[in-house]
Every structure is written in C-alpha cells, then in structure tokens.
Design a protein around this ligand. Sequence first.
Ligand code: PLP
Length: 381
Amino acid sequence: MRVYLDNAATTPITEEVLKEMTNCLRHLYGNPSSIHSDGRKARAAIENARKSIAGYLNASIGEIFFTSGGTESNNMAIKCAVRDLGVKRIISSATEHHCVLHTLDTVESAQGIEVVHLEVDSKGRISMEELEQLLADKSQKTLVSLMHANNEIGTMVSMDRISELCETYGAYYHSDTIQTTGHFPIDVEKTKIDFLSGSAHKFHGPKGCGFIYINGNSKLKPFIDGGSQERNMRGGTENIAGIVGLAKAFELANDNMDERIEYISNLRSYFIQELKENFEDIQFNGDYDGQFLYTVISVSFPPSPKSELLLLNLDILGISASGGSACTSGAEAGSHVLSAIKADPARKTIRFSFSHYNTKEEINFVLEKLKTIVKTKETVS
Ligand SMILES: Cc1ncc(COP(=O)(O)O)c(C=O)c1O
C-alpha cells in the first residue's frame, strides 16, 4: 500500500480532467490567435474556461487571466501593483509562501518599496488591530498581501475582515489563495479584493497552469511582453490543454465542494483524535482547531533517535508526506513558517495533507506505521 498525504504540495489529477485535456491536445491544435476555424475552436475553449472560472468566483470574464500557476500569479499581482498602481508600501507577513516573500524582497531592493511584516503569534495568526493601525497611516499608497491559508500549518485569515479594512483605508488587497481556491467558496462581489490567485494542481488539475483575478478597476500594463494574449497582460501562445484542464478541475471542485469539505474534515478530525489518543507528547501547529485549512494538519513529534529521519522513514514505509513546506521538502533549509511561529527546532514536524481520494483505511495504515517510528503512549508507560 502506498498512501499519498501531500495534497497541499500537489494533488493527483482527476480522470475526467485528464480526458478533457487529452481530447484538447488531440483536437484543439489550432493557435487561438489564428482567425481560421481551427484557431477559433481553440479560442472558444479558452474563453469557455474563463467564463466558467469567473462564474464560480462571481467575477467578470475580463477579470480572469490565465498564468503558469500560483507563483506567476502572485508575482504579477505584487509587481504590477508596484509598477502600475503607485504602491509604495506593502504590508505582509513572514509566513507567506516564498513566491510572495521573494517577490517582496525584489520590489524592496530594486524599487525601494517599504515592506512591513505583521507580527504572527505562536499559531501563525496576524493581528487585525496591528493591521488597522498600520493602514491608518495613509501617507503612502499601500498594498496588503496576506495569504488566505498557510500551506505549511493551515492557519487561515478572515478575507472579509481584511477586505473591509483595506476598503476603509483605501489600500489595495492581494491574497495568495493558492491553498483555498477550489476548496472554499470565494465570491469577489461579497469580498472586495484587488488580486487573488489560483493554481490548478492544488485542486486535481494539471501542473503549470493557474489564474489570477484582477479587479476590473485596476488598469495594468503587460506582465509578459509579446503578443496581445490574455488581454495584453501576458504575451505567449496559451496553454490550451492546461486551461481546459484547470477549468474542468475547478468546476468539479466547486460543484462537489460541500461533500469534499465534510469528507476531508472528518478524515482530518479522525487522524487528530487518533494521534492525540495514541502518541506521546505530540503537538499540532497553527490554528489547527480554530480558523484552519481543513486539508492540512501539521504535527510535531518529540525528539527521539527513531524520529530523526521521520519523513524518510515514512516514505520507506509507503507514506508520502512533507516536512514543512512542500516547495522546499527534500532541501536541508528549515521552514521559515515554523521559525516565524517559534516552533521548537528539536521536534520533527510533518505536514500531512488530505484530499477526497484518501480513505479511513489509509489513515489507519499511516497511524500503524507511525507507531513503529515514534513514541506511543504504550511504549512510554
Ligand atoms: C500558498 C502557496 N502559494 C503559492 C504556491 C505556488 O504555486 P505554484 O506551484 O502553482 O507555482 C504554493 C505552492 O505550494 C502555495 O502553497
């Protein structure tokens, strides 16, 4: 048996998505910019995909732009806000994904943008009071860039509250919603936001394809110079199969969202309960029983010789999980998120992340294997 519990890193592609993509690759080979009928067919597939995604987010069709994924979407939001909207200050936090943090480093060093990180507490939560205090100083045009859900520890923020604050104080709002688009309902009419991002491979679509929502009031210049694709925002012949796959996966994710939330949340609760009952001195990271991402649980195990190579041992025993962020798993560098919440570096932290393809049998398998590596209550007593 092999159990995949690394769904925050990437998800397996759904058969139906694969079928649509194969069909597209086989038949929709026209260049969407060509005016003949093969080109027009490919164009229609892209525009249908855009319409479908816009519909689920309650956005206008012209507010959705296809990209190569979450990293590009987040780069685009921050860099275009600085270049085209006159943003001089960005309020963010140290627990953002590297694609946001490193983009902030770039605009800070290259363009002299002031970057302010909000404090995070031991659960990775920001303070809305601190955010409001900073926003009250309106001397510089400000962008707030705060992720909806943290990919390592699952702590979430209230997008509604941040949106209200940004509206009150006239700031732009960007949210890295890579872990939540397709997993939570998001309505940009209800929650006013300037930029949000989506990545197909986080909701059972293909890798290397994503989108960005850009509020129609923001007039931006091209992010990638070239042809006039994506309403001039991003030159280059479109990844038609990726876009079609993204839209299908997004459709399935949204249409089945309630059932998936319930199913995955139950698996997660069962796992947490069993861990608490059977294992000695374990800790859960993030706001795991407050405002949390239901697909993720980050667990810290006490130091012991056997748990030293926990992730590797789990892999050998047939379990794929992640140590901290998946984007850096395999690398020796520690997790910047665990450092920011001041987690004990001596403990071994594993992020388990679930999808609707996981089963209770798989969870039991993981629990059994864990008992052979880490301290259970029985081994201690
Ligand atoms: C919160 C978050 N933002 C951005 C990304 C990057 O997305 P992509 O892999 O589509 O570039 C990830 C991927 O792990 C993520 O978890």
